[in-house]
Design a protein around this ligand. Structure first.
Ligand code: ZN
Ligand code: ZN
Length: 415
């Protein structure tokens, strides 16, 4: 494209037209320490080089430190107060029903991908899980031939009409990966490398899954193997001339007792002692159809209370409960974490570094937890890496947010 605009404005932020194919990678659950450990063992020479010759930054993710709020923040450049996606799951005030928030109708902001595509750019989005693809691809017009968006999970079903390409498995050259596998993320990277070579997107977004990070701590064999794989593909993207920014949606911490069982504070039980049993409704926005990762146990919960309940008293009681990092009312939570008030309960609770929040024991299927629980959602999982394969000009905003990734990639690198 020669007659493109110099910059594109999306959700009030301006992004320069890329001078090289620009790739933002969201490496799901990439707690600081995974990459450093792999580098120390000589398993990630490309990442080591990028961190030395490009930029090795640190950023804060969005709270709740869950996958969807952060992926949507990165791809819109704005926090959940603007784009509306505050979790995987919420209580729809219109219906009173608890519903998945992975339908694109819940997204209230345009994506940076759509902004560039509408301005004539070639754009590509590849996700591990299909649940994210619909949100991240919202508004893309595949009839233009300039947009591609598909998931590894459903790559066998990709079509030109719905995803911008047919025969995605043959295109990527890998078999359909299992949904619970490291291969699901590898497929995303393999697709990205193929797309850079053939489709030549101006901007591309790659988003993996945290299957490995939920099971394997930094330095463990599975984690080291995963990061060695990531390193090969990041090296290939770099070698292809792309501008690459690698960040994460959130970190990850051990959330279990010494005996390996999950360290859970069951909030419905706690509330049933404070007010009339069953009167409070505990919502865990980590809840999703893929429970094997985490048994729906994370470090963030929101609670709907009956109108007559004394919110201040309940907040104080929860804040004093062992294992609770912070408890606050809706107004404070929405101001502090930039959340949409209509998708947050009366009270927000965050648990500590090694603690998770549940409803009642009977409501959690922990049969898929084959390893001691690792999870996320709270303040202890807010620190994420941001690695750039180019030098970055001048001071970056403090604190840098993971949803500044496109700003860094398009506006702040040394050309
Ligand atoms: Zn995630
Ligand atoms: Zn996760």
């Amino acid at each position: 494209m020669s007659n493109h605009p110099a910059a594109v404005t999306v959700n009030g932020r301006s992004y320069r037209w890329p001078s090289a194919p620009t790739v933002v990678i969201c490496l799901d659950g990439s707690e600081p320490g995974y990459i450093e450990t792999a580098i120390d063992k000589g398993l990630a020479p490309n990442l080591a080089r990028l961190m030395r010759d490009g930029a090795n930054l640190s950023a804060l993710c969005v709270i709740p430190s869950f996958t969807n709020p952060n992926n949507l923040s990165i791809i819109t450049g704005r926090p959940p107060a603007v784009h509306g996606i505050a979790g995987n799951y919420f209580l729809d005030p219109a219906s009173g029903e608890e519903v998945m928030m992975n339908d694109a109708r819940f997204l209230r902001a345009d994506t940076i991908m759509k902004g560039f595509a509408d301005a004539g750019a070639r754009v590509a989005v590849v996700t591990a899980k299909d649940k994210l693809r619909a949100l991240l691809a919202k508004g893309l017009d595949f009839a233009t031939g300039r947009a591609i968006a598909f998931s590894a999970e459903k790559a066998d079903q990709a079509s030109r009409a719905a995803n911008g390409l047919d025969e995605a498995l043959a295109f990527v050259g890998q078999p359909l990966p299992a949904v619970y596998s490291a291969a699901l993320s590898e497929f995303v990277f393999a697709a990205g490398v193929k797309l850079i070579a053939s489709f030549r997107p101006d901007v591309m977004y790659l988003s993996t899954t945290d299957y490995v990070q939920h099971k394997a701590a930094p330095g463990s064999p599975a984690a080291d193997a995963f990061y060695a794989m990531v390193d090969r593909y990041v090296g290939a993207l770099d070698a292809a001339g792309a501008t690459v920014v690698l960040t994460a949606d959130h970190g990850m911490n051990d959330k279990h007792l010494p005996d390996g069982s999950p360290d859970v504070l069951y909030l419905q039980d706690a509330l049933d002692e404070l007010i009339e049993p069953g009167a409070a409704r505990v919502i865990l926005p980590i809840t999703d159809p893929y429970v094997a990762h985490h048994g729906a146990l994370g470090s963030f919960a929101t609670i709907y209370l009956p109108a007559e309940a004394d919110r201040a008293e309940i907040v104080a009681a929860l804040a004093a409960t062992p294992g609770v990092e912070a408890a606050m009312d809706r107004e404070e939570a929405c101001a502090r974490f930039e959340l949409p008030p209509d998708r947050v309960g009366d009270v927000v609770v965050l648990s500590g570094r090694h603690k998770v929040l549940g409803t009642t024991a009977a409501r959690h299927d922990l049969s898929g937890l084959t390893e001691p629980l690792r999870s996320h959602g709270g303040l202890w999982e807010q620190r994420v890496p941001m690695i750039v394969n180019r030098r970055v000009a001048g001071p970056v905003p403090e604190p840098l947010r993971n949803f500044d990734a496109f700003d860094v990639a398009l506006n702040r690198i040394v050309q």
